[in-house]
Design a protein around this ligand. Structure first.
Ligand SMILES: CC(C)(COP(=O)(O)OP(=O)(O)OC[C@H]1O[C@@H](n2cnc3c(N)ncnc32)[C@H](O)[C@@H]1OP(=O)(O)O)[C@@H](O)C(=O)NCCC(=O)NCCS
Length: 121
């Protein structure tokens, strides 16, 4: 299935089409000098559990490397086990924890900080 999925950078000209067909997934990375940050990755609920999250993450990390990123950092909610497993599967390791970082129902929730060294494919 994943062979049928291709990726390219979105341009302004794509926006109408994207809004019409609805997004399948998207991710946001920020690269400063050689340090990348994964700010968001989302696959729409109906399309989850088919491996799209992993291919999207692979694509984002490839792009981060092309932009000179050599290490990538991210943060996620302690309760987001599905995302945690995805990041671990790609090669991220837990490197720290920010206590009570996120607001949560009935209180606060820790953020887990993860990091991964990026290599050329
Ligand atoms: C985190 C997220 C991006 C993962 O996307 P996804 O497309 O479901 O990811 P994958 O399909 O690659 O992996 C999800 C699960 O499906 C399984 N899977 C992948 N391909 C599969 C297949 N062909 N058949 C059956 N299961 C499959 C994976 O093993 C994984 O299982 P696990 O959760 O038990 O480890 C998605 O859950 C999401 O958008 N969540 C909401 C936003 C969010 O929390 N983002 C992260 C912020 S830090």
């Amino acid at each position: 299935m994943n062979d049928a999925v291709t990726f390219r950078r979105m341009t302004e000209a794509d926006l109408d089409a994207v809004l019409k067909i609805e997004y399948v997934g998207h991710g946001v990375i920020n690269v400063i000098i050689d340090e990348a940050h994964l700010l968001n990755i989302t696959v729409k609920p109906e399309s989850q559990g088919r491996g799209l999250g992993l291919v999207l993450l692979e694509q984002l990390m490839k792009r981060a490397y092309e932009m000179n990123g050599r290490e990538c950092f991210l943060e996620l909610r302690d309760s987001n086990r599905s995302a945690y497993r995805l990041y671990e599967r790609y090669g991220f390791n837990e490197i720290g924890r920010r206590r009570d970082y996120y607001p949560a129902v009935g209180g606060r929730e820790d953020a887990i900080v993860m990091a991964c060294t990026l290599f050329e494919e």
